[in-house]
Design a protein. Structure first.
Length: 200
């Protein structure tokens, strides 16, 4: 049995990421859903300080930050710093964003339900090891967008929108596994909540 699903409205139109650009692509999903002017993934990635392998510069039209070797503690290339507020300000995007960590959230289920009901967009960053096949050795950070949440047979299930070119665009994951992916693999990762900017 499943309880009533809480889903973002209006719905997302899926987009597919460029290499290393899961977070920039998730931001594009948000801009598109809200009818705001789209910014290219290249530009978002550059503004967010995305770091790529030097040999992959050929995949981008803008000159990106590169690193020949991964620093200690980094599982892969991508977004290493938090610059979303600066990006929104630079492009005059009428949204604000707040980071929320699982350790600071009393009830993650209600946190997600409340944000979806209020029309807020939620990007979640986590380690895919939490739901990868046991023993596969898969371990890297990824960002997806929270599309909906429901309870199925007493388990809370989150449907994520996934920008990855190698994955289907929407998939289900148990909330607890998602939270494990945010907390059990190095530094705690966050929910990034986007909401309308309050007029001055």
């Amino acid at each position: 049995m499943s309880s009533k699903q809480v889903e973002i409205k209006p719905k997302y139109i899926p987009l597919t990421q460029q290499k290393y650009c899961c977070l920039p692509c998730c931001i594009q999903w948000i801009l598109l859903r809200r009818g705001l002017t789209l910014v290219t993934q290249d530009e978002i990635a550059k503004d967010l300080g995305v770091v790529i392998a030097p040999e992959d510069q050929r995949l981008f039209n803008l000159e990106m930050k590169t690193a020949k070797k991964l620093p200690k503690g980094k599982l892969g290339y991508g977004t290493w710093v938090y610059r979303i507020p600066q990006f929104l300000k630079k492009h005059n995007i009428p949204l604000t964003v707040e980071r929320h960590y699982p350790s600071q959230i009393e009830d993650a289920e209600n946190f997600l339900k409340d944000n979806l009901k209020n029309g807020n967009d939620v990007i979640v960053s986590f380690n895919v090891a939490a739901y990868a096949k046991p023993g596969s050795g898969v371990s890297y950070g990824h960002s997806c967008i929270v599309n909906s949440i429901t309870k199925i047979n007493r388990k809370v299930v989150v449907t994520l929108g996934d920008p990855a070119y190698s994955h289907r665009k929407f998939f289900d994951i148990e909330l607890q596994k998602l939270l494990d992916g945010m907390t059990k693999y190095g530094n705690e990762m966050s929910f990034k909540v986007f909401h309308d900017k309050c007029p001055k």
